[in-house]
Design a binder for this molecule. Structure first.
Ligand code: BYC
Length: 333
């Protein structure tokens, strides 16, 4: 389903001059300077950023779908208002991220086209269904919790526009995570049926949440370059472990059981050990064979087609304002 021609490895400079420019660029990164849109950057750095930022933007937009599914069925007005605000936030995150990607010489239209054509990846997690209201709690607690763990270090990413977008996004994500945990905690303290709903949601979302951090470090193709460029500050496995260590005590506080018989505290390492991840499932989801992959793409294409008139109206309005401003300027001369 997905292609990523964007990040082919052509990192080797073609001339002594290029080598010198790359060395200066790397020295700036090593000195923790921010790289800004008009600065020189290696083509591979630019492509890596376009790949990661656009996948991230697509994830935010597609991520609106599983939660949007519950807007009409939230159990109270308060829950509905909070969920609506959260889903709107995700749309906003997508916009900041598309705007950050556009500073790298690519248009939002091109990126959206890649998504709709099935050529661009988005996070594996959004290819799973939201079967009960408890899944909304689990998404906030686990999916947003995993997102925060991954995204806090991105606030220090070497590329200025991405780092700045992430600061605002992370603030909003922490509200999302608390919203989810509160839903889980209400259900876990509720009737036996409600507690069973919370447990079922944890059973469904735990392993896919661990997969969000990407393949193991051994399998990760882009980590070495991204770490050297300080786009990524921690490896996929390190972030996954941090997430497990932070989340397991939260689940235990809710009285829930993680669906992993091998999960246990390891006194010697100071971390939780956990069982093997089903990487075949991850590969299948990335290949477009997740439980909801086809539905998600269908919903995005439909929304895009139905939004044509909004985009046309916005462009017509902008053109009219420009024309009015020009006319006012001429009249004033
Ligand atoms: N799903 O070499 P690797 C959110 C791909 S939004 C799909 O380790 P990298 C939220 C990877 O792209 C969550 N694909 O890659 C929104 C690469 O494929 P390509 C999104 C995945 O980039 C709404 C290949 O596997 N967050 O939280 O060094 C509501 C090899 O991987 C996944 C971000 O996008 C995956 N899970 O590291 C609630 C954060 N994992 O491109 C919540 C920014 C890996 O070669 N992104 N792949 O075809 C990142 O931090 C990094 O891109 C990743 C992967 C850690 C995800």
């Amino acid at each position: 389903m997905y292609t990523q021609g964007l990040n082919s490895i052509d990192a080797h400079p073609t001339s002594a001059e290029d080598a010198e420019r790359e060395a200066r660029f790397q020295a700036r990164i090593d000195a923790d300077e921010k790289i800004e849109p008009n600065d020189w950057m290696p083509a591979t750095y630019r492509r890596t950023l376009v790949r990661q930022i656009s996948q991230h933007a697509h994830s935010e937009i597609v991520g609106m779908l599983p939660e949007g599914n519950w807007l009409t069925r939230a159990p109270s007005l308060r829950r509905k208002a909070a969920l609506l605000a959260k889903v709107q936030d995700e749309g906003g995150h997508g916009l900041y991220l598309y705007a950050a990607a556009e500073t790298l010489d690519v248009t939002r239209e091109e990126l959206v086209e890649q998504l709709l054509a099935g050529k661009a990846k988005y996070s594996s997690i959004f290819n799973y269904p939201t079967l009960t209201w408890a899944d909304i709690g689990a998404i906030g607690w686990l999916v947003d919790g995993a997102a925060i763990m991954n995204q806090i270090p991105l606030c220090r990413c070497s590329y200025g526009p991405y780092a700045r977008a992430m600061i605002r996004i992370c603030k909003e994500e922490s509200f999302h995570q608390r919203q989810g945990y509160e839903i889980m905690s209400t259900l876990a303290r509720g009737t036996a049926e409600q507690k069973a709903m919370a447990q079922g949601a944890l059973d469904r979302w735990w392993w896919p949440s661990l997969m969000m951090f990407g393949p193991s470090d051994k399998e990760s193709q882009h980590s070495d370059a991204s770490m050297r460029w300080k786009i990524k500050r921690f490896s996929n496995d390190d972030l996954r472990q941090k997430f497990v260590d932070a989340t397991v005590p939260q689940g235990h506080a809710l009285g829930l059981v993680f669906p992993d018989p091998q999960l246990k505290w390891n006194e010697a390492s100071g971390h939780f050990d956990f069982g093997p991840i089903d990487w075949e499932e991850f590969r299948q989801v990335l290949a477009g064979n997740g439980p909801c992959s086809k539905d998600r793409m269908r919903a995005r294409r439909k929304a895009h087609a139905e939004g044509v008139w909004v985009r046309e109206a916005a462009l017509a309005h902008a053109a009219k304002r420009r024309a009015d401003e020009e006319a006012a300027k001429l009249a004033a001369e």
